[in-house]
Design a protein around this ligand. Structure first.
Ligand code: HEM
Length: 137
């Protein structure tokens, strides 16, 4: 009997999140919420320019992060998430704003609740590493 693949196993998360198209939709929603609610103004304004590049980079990065193909590396080259944030002042406040905004975007997708819960748990890990890098820890 075949068992369903668990999230984190192979590309199961990537598939469940709707592959590149679904992930871009999630990221668009994430940035739309960040732009529209003033409580996220600090972290939104930290992103340079018209945010199209930020949307593209986060969406392509998350494809590989979810176990799928790695379009970020193909297009932009290797990346280390904590390091690329080091010039920002990410404290626990900004980390939690980022995660809160992502939680709202995830809630707007047609995702099963266990996928949402899994992604939020997993995203805390790089978000906390970003905070540590920014705080010089
Ligand atoms: C902890 C809270 C976070 C905040 C406040 C934050 C904010 C930002 C900002 C402002 C930028 C643009 C930096 C610049 O171009 O000067 C950026 C870039 C980026 N962030 Fe975050 N971020 C956070 C967490 C994360 C996490 C958890 C991930 C991935 C799981 C991520 C993925 C990326 C990627 C892929 C880029 C593009 C880097 C590049 O330019 O190559 N970020 N982030």
């Amino acid at each position: 009997m075949t068992q369903p693949l668990e999230y984190g196993n192979g590309d199961a998360t990537y598939q469940a999140a709707g592959q590149q198209v679904g992930i871009r939709k999630l990221v668009d929603c994430f940035f739309d919420i960040m732009a529209s609610d003033p409580k996220y103004a600090t972290i939104y304004d930290w992103h340079p320019g018209d945010k199209e590049m930020a949307r593209d980079k986060l969406a392509l990065f998350l494809c590989g992060w979810m176990g799928g193909p790695k379009p970020f590396i193909e297009k932009y080259g290797p990346i280390r998430i904590p390091e690329v944030h080091k010039h920002l002042d990410v404290t626990a406040v900004e980390r939690d704003l980022w995660l809160d905004c992502m939680a709202r975007a995830l809630a707007e997708q047609d995702y099963p609740p266990d996928l949402v819960e899994y992604l939020l748990q997993q995203l805390y890990i790089p978000a906390e590493r970003v905070r540590q890098a920014c705080m010089g820890q």
